[in-house]
Design a protein around this ligand. Structure first.
Ligand SMILES: Nc1ncnc2c1ncn2[C@@H]1O[C@H](COP(=O)(O)OP(=O)(O)OP(=O)(O)O)[C@@H](O)[C@H]1O
Length: 293
């Protein structure tokens, strides 16, 4: 018994004394890592992270097989690579710092407001948004009005919204039809929809350089595919030439959709549009409860 007590007291003496500031440090670092991970998930940095993981795996391979020249190259290029990351992701980093400046982190993290009724309301709102978008596309398709509608999901696309004119209005088929009406100030470019609201019009999107896209498709379709390559957004395209309705998602283009097919695509691809970020804890708790039955 004495030996065990002796062993325990020796083990305890190895554990460094934990003070209050150490606990605080751990908390701060955990919150920081949490927010960095959220930022990575919500931006193009996610793709970069996957690339970095592949390079790390390659480095490990080179290390295990003692490939000295490759390791030497890595060692010498690493500082250039880190600087390049900052240059490449300058817009995202700037936006993240801007958001940090605007945000009340504690209140957004611990806000437990919201209820089951609000979730039901959310589902209703998403359904309404979906119906209004479909209605608008069908109407515009009939009269061959060209349209480009981007439904934003988890990845924030503010850098593209900034190229257009800011709006903030509920989604209605009439408004969408009006925006894309020929010879009106807002008809050119793309409309962005976020959290069931039209947030911007006349936005400029990145063009896809996918060589496999049909040559008969012009820049409207290329722009729709382009934005879907850099984000998880859903883009609806109504062709001015043919009236055909297409959906671009994840770099793919689904062409010539009927009303039913369009509804089906949207139901499959649209995530819960406006589950408020501020009730994150509540959603986590809810999901845990669901998982535990
Ligand atoms: N990069 C872009 N971002 C947003 N909108 C764009 C972009 N490029 C083109 N557009 C929109 O597409 C229109 C031109 O469409 P264009 O005829 O070249 O394409 P398309 O794919 O053949 O479509 P459609 O079948 O409607 O003719 C522009 O007037 C503009 O509204």
């Amino acid at each position: 018994m004495g030996a065990i007590a002796d062993w325990v007291s020796r083990m305890v003496s190895f554990i460094p004394a934990i003070r209050l500031n150490n606990v605080l440090e751990i908390l701060i670092i955990s919150v920081l890592i949490y927010y960095i991970l959220i930022w990575i998930r919500d931006t193009r940095a996610w793709t970069l992270l996957k690339g970095i993981l592949v390079i790390c795996a390659f480095m490990l391979f080179a290390y295990v097989f003692q490939m000295d020249t490759i390791l030497w190259l890595f060692q010498n290029l690493i500082s250039v690579a880190i600087i390049s990351i900052f240059v490449l992701f300058q817009p995202e980093l700037r936006r993240a710092l801007e958001q940090l400046g605007r945000k009340n982190i504690l209140s957004s993290f611990f806000n437990l407001s919201g209820s089951g009724a609000a979730d039901e309301q959310t589902v209703k709102t998403v359904e309404k948004t979906k119906s209004e978008i479909i209605k608008a596309c069908m109407e515009m398709s009939k009269v061959r009005t060209g349209a480009l509608i981007v439904i934003e999901q988890d990845v924030q696309l503010s850098e593209y919204e900034r190229t257009g004119i800011f709006l903030d209005s509920l989604v209605s088929s009439q408004l969408l039809i009006n925006i894309f009406e020929h010879n009106t100030p807002l008809h050119d470019g793309a409309v962005f929809i976020r959290n069931n609201r039209i947030v911007a019009a006349t936005c400029y999107l990145p063009l896809s350089d996918n060589m496999l896209l049909s040559k008969e498709l012009g820049t409207r379709h290329r722009a729709g595919v382009g934005i879907s390559e850099v984000s998880d957004s859903i883009t609806l395209i109504v062709s001015e030439e043919t009236g055909m309705i297409s959906v671009a998602h994840d770099g793919m283009l689904f062409r010539g959709l009927s009303q039913e097919e369009l509804r089906e695509q949207l139901s499959t691809l649209m995530k819960n549009q406006d589950a408020p970020k501020r009730s994150r804890w509540r959603r986590i708790i809810k999901n845990e409860k669901k998982a535990n039955g």
